[in-house]
Design a binder for this molecule. Structure first.
Ligand SMILES: Nc1ccn([C@@H]2O[C@H](COP(=O)(O)O)[C@@H](O)[C@H]2O)c(=O)n1
Ligand SMILES: C[C@@]1(CO)OP(=O)(O)OP(=O)(O)OC[C@H]1O
Length: 169
């Protein structure tokens, strides 16, 4: 196998947060108007968390809770884009470059497509990659499951990273 191919790693991330009254709905760093927000120790940005876990998975770096424990008051109401930026730095410190990220949010409501590009721009900036390297999609679950009952939102993400130091790209 060519060395460049041998240095590619994939990552998968998944996260869920429940809706709660009196919380902001922050997705991909965008404050989205809605009657409820997501509950969490941090700002509960389920999309930023799924992408963080995908990146950590790719470099076998554990998961978001290992890096930023939800028992640590430092992360109370934390801006998850800042956590994602720290994860991206950790990925680079392991010798990997972030090549590509794709994601999907499962939410019955609200309609998320108007915020897609703002989310992509925020996430790309946080990770230090081009906006073209970041995909964000949304789907309902056709009223099925906890997302369909509007009890919460889930997000899934995949990424591709490359150990590029000293190798041809
Ligand atoms: N919260 C959501 C969910 C979906 N979308 C957009 O609607 C399209 C159709 O969704 P289905 O679940 O009915 O397949 C989807 O492809 C998204 O473009 C959305 O914006 N916000
Ligand atoms: C992000 C962290 C930060 O303490 O808290 P939560 O907002 O509860 O989010 P979760 O997805 O449960 O991940 C754990 C934590 O790392």
């Amino acid at each position: 196998m060519p060395a460049a191919l041998a240095s590619l790693k994939t990552g998968l991330g998944f996260d869920v947060h429940a809706f709660a009254e009196g919380r902001k709905l922050i997705l991909g760093g965008v404050d989205i108007p809605h009657d409820r927000g997501l509950l969490g120790h941090s700002d509960a940005d389920v999309l930023a968390h799924a992408i963080s876990d995908a990146l950590l998975g790719a470099v076998r770096g554990g998961d978001i809770g290992k890096l930023f424990p939800d028992t640590d008051p430092v992360y109370k109401d934390a801006d998850s884009l800042k956590l994602l930026a720290a994860v991206a730095e950790f990925v680079r410190s392991c010798g990997f470059e972030i090549l590509d990220v794709d994601s999907v949010i499962a939410a019955q409501a609200p309609k998320l497509s108007p915020y897609r590009d703002a989310m992509r721009e925020n996430l790309a900036r946080a990770m230090g990659v081009a906006v073209e390297s970041v995909g964000v999609k949304a789907t309902t679950t056709e009223w099925l499951g906890f997302e369909g009952r509007e009890e919460g939102i889930s997000a899934r993400a995949v990424c591709l990273v490359c150990r590029c130091s000293g190798q041809e790209r």
